[in-house]
Design a protein. Structure first.
Length: 342
């Protein structure tokens, strides 16, 4: 999981697998608002694949967001509080490193909570809140505008992971350099090649004077990482199973969530947490005129979350056309915040 309402986190499939999960929300994970028929088709295609999979963006319906927020408060789930501590410890230094009269572009803004803290410290003339959750987007961005009347606050309903084009929303990028804000380690939900492509797309939008302030979860003791995705209270298990209810609602399937076990583990070879739902017994799942039999022990991949060393993430940013100006981490080096420039 990445930090969305939690980044929102935010886990995606790698190129070595038979599928690719390319759309995920961010630190404010939230419900997908793509047209219903498109969502149903996407879910059906994933369930028919040789390795059944569900794109992690479907984890974040209303109930998923509630569960994700609960996960963020768990002792085992370190990313949210670790990132918050880094921001609080280094906010002044980070703000001083940013240009004046900037445009703050909040990717996967959710409830705008993280940017609310930043706008009090940076010299921003415009705020773009980008999210696929139309329900609360306009309300939250409007509230932000009332709190910061000197900032032109604009709500942009878009899935930035699929098609990033903010050109008509940005002001003059020469006079007002954009700073793209992508917190919560949601970049880890994309396989490395897709992550580089997304950051390159951000760079093209940012222009020659633009910056990217982005968080990444760092490699550490595997026991720490695995506990973050398998808490003792079972909140993450409930969060994972809830995606089957989303399938039932969107696709009209007849999944029995209680018949699937939540599993997560760290794959050292690929450097990622793999989250799955494993069938407890042989069962037939139907939707429309289609069906699939899940054998006992067969699983559905619901999320991948890549973890990087600082050097690995530096190299990915370089491939995307950025150079790292600075990096901040916590005393245990569990989490990193990178400021990169074009």
């Amino acid at each position: 999981m990445t930090t969305m309402l939690r980044g929102p986190a935010h886990r995606m499939a790698g190129n070595d697998t038979a599928f690719s999960m390319e759309g995920a929300p961010s630190p404010g994970r939230r419900a997908d608002t793509a047209p219903l028929d498109n969502r149903a088709a996407e879910l059906a295609a994933g369930l028919r694949a040789a390795q059944a999979h569900i794109d992690p963006k479907f984890l974040y319906d209303a109930q998923g967001c509630v569960l994700f927020n609960a996960i963020c408060e768990l002792e085992e789930y370190y990313p949210t509080r670790t990132e918050r501590a880094i921001f609080e410890a280094h906010r002044g230094a980070i703000a001083r490193a940013l240009p004046r009269r900037l445009q703050w572009v909040d990717l996967g803004c959710g409830d705008c909570a993280k940017s609310r803290a930043w706008l009090a410290h940076v010299d921003a003339c415009r705020y773009l809140g980008v999210d696929i959750a139309a329900d609360c987007l306009r309300h939250e961005v409007a509230a932000l505008g009332r709190k910061f009347p000197q900032v032109d606050c604009v709500a942009v309903e878009a899935d930035f992971s699929a098609d990033l084009d903010l050109s008509r929303h940005l002001a003059d990028i020469q006079e007002h350099p954009p700073v793209f804000f992508y917190p919560g380690s949601s970049i880890g939900n994309f396989d490395p090649e897709r992550a580089v492509a997304l950051m390159a797309a951000i760079g093209r939008q940012a222009g020659p004077r633009g910056s990217l302030l982005i968080s990444a979860d760092l490699r550490k003791d595997r026991r720490v990482m695995e506990r973050a995705y398998a808490d003792d209270l079972g909140v993450t298990a409930a969060f994972n199973r809830n995606v089957l209810r989303v399938c039932n609602r969107v696709l009209g399937s007849d999944f029995q969530p209680a018949e699937f076990d939540h599993e997560s583990r760290f794959d050292d070879g690929h450097g990622r947490i793999e989250m799955r739902l494993r069938a407890r017994q042989r069962q037939r799942v139907r939707w429309g005129s289609s069906e699939r039999v899940f054998e006992a022990g067969e699983d559905i991949v619901t999320e991948h979350s890549y973890k990087y060393t600082p050097a690995q993430f530096d190299a990915m940013l370089a491939r995307a056309g950025f150079s790292v100006r600075d990096m901040w981490t916590d005393p245990r080096s569990w989490f990193g915040v990178f400021l990169a420039q074009r």
